[in-house]
Design a binder for this molecule. Structure first.
Ligand SMILES: [Zn+2]
Length: 313
């Protein structure tokens, strides 16, 4: 009887945790992020004018992953195309953004060599190591090497989302660098997060608290919210929830024209061309697909936008 009294509450607690899930990370939230709420009308008014940003997309690591993770193979379009699961070559990017007055920012972080050399120490338990297939990962330019080659210091990191392959450069990023995320990215619960939360916490350990963009509803209703990051119309953070609750895309007005960084709202070239959202690690497929369609409509209206996808160009 005594055992039942003890085990029952423990079991019900475990069940609640299993049903409710947990957040992507328990890393603390800090003050709200820089930038001011904007609108798709304001962003679209400026898109086709050259901007001041220098942007370099760096292929930090070559990798491969199961296509079922990268594209929703159960979508009607994928079924009709008879797309089958296979190992698909992908890349892990860091995007280095240089603003003439505000300095250097990264969008996502690339890959730290420390993570590959000693994954256990950086928080990747054996199960994550097995799923990630680190043996298939080849670093071209580590996050440390990207930062060494940079002119000046790093002023901040803008995350498209907090999945491990987007925070995998954190071991190389100094603890005082501000970190920016989408709304609810670190606070919404999902049972899928139980698997990765320990690793996310470890990668963010001792780093700055996470600053959320202060999205307001888009007056034109094309997106869930848009932030004018530097308040000069040079970089826009676009709320595109679905792949994760706080997924963010970035529209960057570079000196060479507008560039859209989709993050994992769309991971592959096939997914973009066929309007199919990513697969197994997507939190909400319906919302992800809606966000993907909104991004595609933006590009259809402004065809000079260069699109850089989550893990393929
Ligand atoms: Zn992802």
């Amino acid at each position: 009887m005594k055992t039942n009294h003890i085990t029952l509450p423990i079991l019900s607690c475990a069940l609640v945790l299993l049903l409710q899930g947990c957040t992507l990370t328990s890393h603390p939230l800090g003050k709200p992020a820089i930038g001011k709420p904007s609108s798709s009308a304001e962003m679209e008014r400026l898109i086709d004018q050259p901007g001041p940003i220098q942007l370099e997309t760096i292929n930090s690591a070559d990798w491969s992953e199961s296509l079922a993770d990268l594209v929703n193979l159960k979508s009607p379009v994928a079924i009709q195309a008879e797309l089958r699961d296979r190992d698909e070559p992908i890349q892990i990017y860091a995007h280095l953004l240089k603003h003439p007055q505000r300095g250097n920012y990264l969008v996502d972080t690339g890959m730290s060599r420390k993570l590959v050399d000693d994954p256990g120490k950086e928080g990747l338990n054996w199960a994550i190591q097995k799923v990630m297939h680190l043996e298939k990962l080849h670093i071209n330019k580590s996050t440390a090497e990207i930062l060494q080659g940079m002119d000046g210091k790093l002023s901040g990191v803008f995350f498209t989302h907090l999945h491990i392959d987007h925070i995998s450069g954190m071991p190389d990023i100094q603890n005082d660098v501000p970190l920016y995320i989408g709304a609810s990215e670190s606070t919404e619960t999902n049972f899928k997060n139980m698997f990765v939360r320990g690793a996310s916490d470890q990668l963010l350990k001792d780093k700055q608290s996470l600053q959320e963009w202060r999205f307001q509803p888009d007056p034109q209703n094309k997106f869930e919210g848009i932030i004018d990051v530097f308040e000069d119309g040079s970089v826009f953070a676009i709320s595109v929830p679905g792949h994760t609750p706080g997924s963010v895309a970035f529209l960057i007005r570079t000196t060479l024209g507008p560039v859209l960084l989709t993050g994992d709202t769309c991971i592959t070239r096939w997914g973009w061309e066929h309007t199919v959202e990513p697969g197994d690690f997507t939190a909400d497929h319906e919302r992800n697909l809606k966000s993907l369609k909104s991004l595609k409509e933006l590009v259809a209206s402004h065809p000079q936008i260069e699109v850089r996808l989550g893990h393929q160009l």
